[in-house]
Design a binder for this molecule. Structure first.
Ligand code: NAD
Length: 459
């Protein structure tokens, strides 16, 4: 699509939004039901596309993309009516007699830009929240996952008129053309560097944004942790989708006393979960493209590898890799890894670990493996991070009951469940003032008695 076509599409959606069609709760519920049915009907195509783009197995595709999207739809269908209701609030006595209420209203035309790593879920989950709140939407999936983008376009065309929901595919020129338009809300998931561009472009129209970004998410393992279980759950979270997960534990930061045992457990788990030859495991995915394959290989310091380290340039697969004796100065610690490489660093006290983590950019996620209540409390209260788990990895985002989002450099705003509905709604505060009484104290001329009354009511 060229810039003019994109501009016309935004105008069409704005005109449609202004008809008020999307304000009706039943309309929104029906839209989500159509989307749910269509996703279910196209499950095989979605799975095939994810296999093509990322080598994802059917199990992982359902668990991490299709199933999560369907759960969000089910949750929203169940809650749309209550979320979209006006809420009465108390009125201060000075404004007697009135009814005060807060009325959720959709923003209007929303742009959703998504990355390639969970291309289906990260395009459709924000869409579900945006539609539940009554917006129209344009989705822009990543050019790096073209098969999934094609199936998303097909599903959207099947379910919606383009005035309501549309997909724009393509690359740089489409991204630029989209960001030149005046949207009412922009929901962006991707890297910090592109997040800055999006925010800058949005600022020119004073468009509010949610930025779901990434960063280096630490995984702390203290001396009280159950190391066997920690290793099992860390290996799951790190190597799922070949480490191309925004909330994957980026590095392990462990108590120096438990490091050797932890490394041994991790090696065992890699073997148990991915087999002796992970490069031949058909259910172990691949790196998205050559650029990222080369970038990740460049972060592997063979002298520090204690497990894995090999790769296959024909299939873009990289073995689940573990590196020890890594320092914060190493190349692998200078950027978000976003691949199956796990550096292990050590600390001598939990306080030292907290200070170090807080001196770095705020991560999207933080994980703590510990059975010490004191350490759990210390880390969760003193470290800044988007969200996380105690004694597990990544599962905190697999729920519609809690919001998901970053903090500081890892993003702003959040979504999923009720918070998703709130993100895509503006809450109008309205006072419905009754006409049978009109208290005099606010009007000129200001008399002594008015002054006394004001002081009586306002203290
Ligand atoms: P990216 O920032 O390169 O791309 C994201 C989207 O922006 C894509 O749709 C892309 O087409 C578009 N884009 C790219 N360059 C652009 C530009 N110059 N102007 C306008 N749009 C542009 O990110 P990515 O490589 O697709 O994804 C990886 C990053 O996303 C990682 O940092 C990861 O942590 C983050 N991420 C975050 C979350 C989250 O929920 N917080 C989820 C997944 C990925």
């Amino acid at each position: 699509m060229n810039e003019n076509e994109i501009r016309l599409l935004v105008e069409k959606q704005r005109d449609y939004f202004r008809t008020g069609a999307t304000l009706n709760a039943s309309f929104r519920i029906n839209a989500l039901k159509r989307l749910r049915d269509c996703i279910q009907k196209n499950e095989v195509e979605i799975t095939d596309a994810l296999r093509k783009d990322l080598g994802k197995s059917a199990h992982e595709s359902y668990m991490c993309e299709i199933g999560m999207t369907l759960s969000e739809i089910t949750y929203m269908i169940r809650h749309i009516r209550s979320f979209s209701r006006e809420r009465r609030v108390r009125t201060p006595l000075a404004q007697f007699h009135s009814r005060s209420f807060v009325k959720p209203s959709p923003y209007g035309v929303v742009l959703i830009m998504s990355p390639w790593n969970y291309p289906f879920m990260l395009s459709l989950e924000p869409l579900v929240d945006a539609l539940a709140a009554g917006n129209t939407a344009i989705i822009k999936p990543s050019a790096y996952s073209p098969a999934t983008s094609a199936v998303i376009s097909k599903i959207i065309e099947e379910c919606f008129i383009e005035e309501h929901v549309a997909t724009v595919t393509g690359g740089r020129s489409e991204n630029t053309a989209l960001l030149n338009q005046h949207f009412d809300y922009i929901f962006f998931t991707g890297s910090q560097s592109v997040g800055k561009i999006v925010m800058e472009k949005a600022a020119s129209h004073l468009t509010p944004v949610t930025l779901e970004l990434g960063g280096k998410s630490p995984c702390i393992v203290d001396e009280t942790a159950n190391l066997k279980l920690a290793a099992k759950r860390i290996v799951f979270g790190k190597y799922l989708n070949c480490g191309q997960t925004c909330v994957a534990p980026d590095y392990i930061y462990c108590d120096s006393r438990v490091r050797d045992e932890l490394v041994e457990e991790i090696k065992k788990q890699i073997r148990r979960q991915y087999g002796k030859q992970p490069l031949k495991n058909k259910k172990y995915g691949k790196i998205i493209n050559e650029k990222h394959f080369d970038r990740i290989n460049g972060l592997i310091d063979q002298a520090k590898v204690v497990c894995g380290g090999n790769s296959d340039a024909d299939t873009y697969k990289i073995e689940p890799t573990v590196m020890t004796d890594v320092t914060f100065q190493d190349a692998v610690m200078q950027e978000e890894i976003f691949g199956p490489v796990m550096p292990i660093l050590t600390y001598d006290s939990i306080d030292e670990a907290i200070v170090k983590i807080n001196s770095m950019a705020h991560p999207l996620a933080l994980y703590l493996f510990s059975s010490s209540k004191e350490n759990q409390e210390k880390v969760t209260s003193r470290c800044g991070f988007g969200g996380g788990c105690i004694n597990d990895t990544i599962i905190h985002l697999a729920t519609s009951e809690m919001c998901f989002g970053g903090f500081g450099e890892s993003g702003m705003g959040s979504y999923h469940g009720k918070e998703g509905f709130r993100t895509f709604s503006h809450y109008k505060s309205i006072v419905d003032k009754k006409t049978w009484l009109d208290l005099p104290m606010r009007y000129q001329p200001y008399r002594k008695i008015n002054d006394k009354l004001i002081r009586f009511f306002m203290k």
